[in-house]
Design a protein around this ligand. Structure first.
Ligand SMILES: Nc1nc2c(c(=O)[nH]1)N[C@H]1C(S)=C(S)[C@@H](COP(=O)(O)OP(=O)(O)OC[C@H]3O[C@@H](n4cnc5c(N)ncnc54)[C@H](O)[C@@H]3O)O[C@H]1N2
Ligand code: MOO
Length: 434
């Protein structure tokens, strides 16, 4: 491989995909209780161990009846009420059984008449147990009731043995509610991949720490940790390494030392920020260019400087490694354009949506030959019309405030250097995934 690459966004994205492609099969699985499975990836198809509903039951508070009897002649007399959570006794011909929503439909019945459709429109006192059972209580029923009315048939939601959830599903509340209804207490999910995050720079201090002259607070650790955690990763934030090749190498070696007893490093990805461009103290590049990592430039702005490779440190397992640029917006754009697509492929992370939108104001000075990602606010159009998009801040990669107020990245193609108000552009939505 060329050790100082120049790549298009697509080429580097593919390189990142290739680097991480071994990840999913190597993750292994674990079984977790349902409440802990939210956001995790289902490891194998879940087959329904029973039907839902498990038995025919009533959809209304009312009376279980034989529909044909109502049309035929004198109304049925009242049987004893059917308690919920119990086996329903056979419905004798000529009778109607008071039944509550969810109670088992008695054999012999084929429809339910809601109580408000009868006369009187409320249950006699014995139904609630407020009076002794009264075989002489009379209720008038409508005469035309279709068979099946208000009956929830066994298996009408899902039949026993059918596939309830597919392997690869990123589990949400609705999936887990279904598993719970099927009586499944825990699910086999992919082990969460583990990432090690390391920020670099003598000028960078942890949020909360006092700042010396020329120092700034570390935005990247938080930004990247949250992006990875949202994507289902377990993240160890190893802090900030000084701008010294020795200190950086020591920090990496310490973090990647084999986990006691397992003989393996515990990370599936190491991600650094900063220290990779053309300065005099580019620690990441200097420390790792001879250790399996390639550094170079990708035709995008922000996010041009990049490093990627299989990190080889003595005593540690080769580990996928990515180096993002230090500017916070560059790190964010690198995650969205280069890393997220690989995570979507591997881990079922929903891809970001790309939309077309009309520019509310013109844009200019996009660098020739580079894809530019401009921060912007997208407003969806009404009634099928294209939405509108308005750039916020500017193209520079230190503008975190503008990034925080953006919900989209305008993607200005490599061949375009300017566009006018009213032109249609493509934008990546970076707000909540649908
Ligand atoms: N002569 C050149 N200089 C630069 C070039 C170039 O092509 N020629 N490229 C510029 C571009 S583009 C970028 S992006 C940056 C990338 O630089 P590095 O990845 O080496 O990052 P640093 O120099 O360490 O930092 C850049 C910038 O970001 C700030 N920073 C770093 N870490 C953090 C953090 N964790 N939280 C907040 N801010 C951080 C740092 O203070 C710098 O201001 O290089 C350009 N230079
Ligand atoms: O690529 Mo740098 O990320 O423009 O600021």
């Amino acid at each position: 491989m060329d050790h100082s690459f120049r790549r298009t966004v697509g080429e580097h994205r593919d390189a990142v995909r290739a680097l991480l492609s071994a990840l999913a099969p190597a993750l292994g699985t674990e079984t977790v209780p349902l409440a802990a499975a939210a956001g995790r990836i289902l490891a194998a198809d879940l087959r329904a161990p029973r039907s839902l509903p498990p038995f025919d039951n009533s959809q209304m508070d009312g009376y279980a009846v034989r529909a044909a009897e109502l049309a035929a002649g004198p109304g049925p007399t009242l049987a004893r009420p059917i308690p919920a959570g119990a086996d329903a006794p056979f419905l004798e011909p000529g009778t109607a059984a008071p039944i509550m929503t969810g109670a088992m439909l008695p054999r012999g019945a084929d429809a339910v008449v809601p109580v408000e459709a009868t006369d009187p429109p409320s249950f006699p006192a014995f139904v609630a147990g407020d009076a002794p059972y009264d075989a002489d209580a009379r209720v008038a029923f409508p005469s035309a009731v279709p068979a099946g009315q208000f009956v929830r048939a066994a298996g009408s939601d899902i039949a026993a043995g059918a596939t309830a959830l597919r392997a690869g599903t990123r589990l949400r509340a609705t999936h887990l509610g279904l598993a719970a209804a099927l009586g499944v207490a825990g699910l086999g999910v992919l082990r969460r991949p583990r990432a090690l995050l390391l920020s670099t720079g003598d000028e960078v201090a942890a949020p909360g720490a006092p700042l010396g002259p020329g120092q700034i607070h570390d935005a990247n650790t938080t930004l990247l940790a949250v992006l990875l955690a949202d994507a289902g990763w377990e993240v160890r934030a190893a802090g900030i390494s000084a701008d010294s090749v020795g200190a950086f190498g020591d920090a990496l070696a310490r973090e990647l030392a084999p986990v006691a007893g397992s003989g393996e490093a515990g990370y599936d990805l190491v991600l650094t920020s900063g220290g990779i461009s053309k300065g005099a103290f580019e620690v990441v590049r200097l420390a790792l260019c001879a250790r399996g990592v390639d550094f170079g430039s990708v035709a995008m702005q922000p996010g041009g400087p990049q490093g990627a490779g299989l990190l080889e440190l003595p005593g540690a397992r080769p580990t996928p490694f990515l180096a993002f640029p230090g500017n916070p917006v560059s790190s964010f754009v690198s995650f969205e354009l280069l890393l997220r697509p690989a995570l979507s492929d591997l881990l079922g992370l929903p891809p970001r949506r790309v939309v077309e939108a009309r520019l509310a104001e013109g844009i200019g000075a996009s660098p020739a030959g580079k894809l530019q990602a401009l921060r912007a606010v997208f407003s969806p159009g009404g009634a099928g019309g294209a939405g509108e998009i308005r750039p916020v801040g500017g193209p520079a990669s230190h503008l975190l405030h503008a990034l925080a107020s953006a919900n989209a990245l305008i993607l200005v193609p490599a061949g375009t250097t300017a566009a006018s108000a009213g032109d249609t552009v493509e934008a990546l939505l970076i707000g909540e995934n649908p």
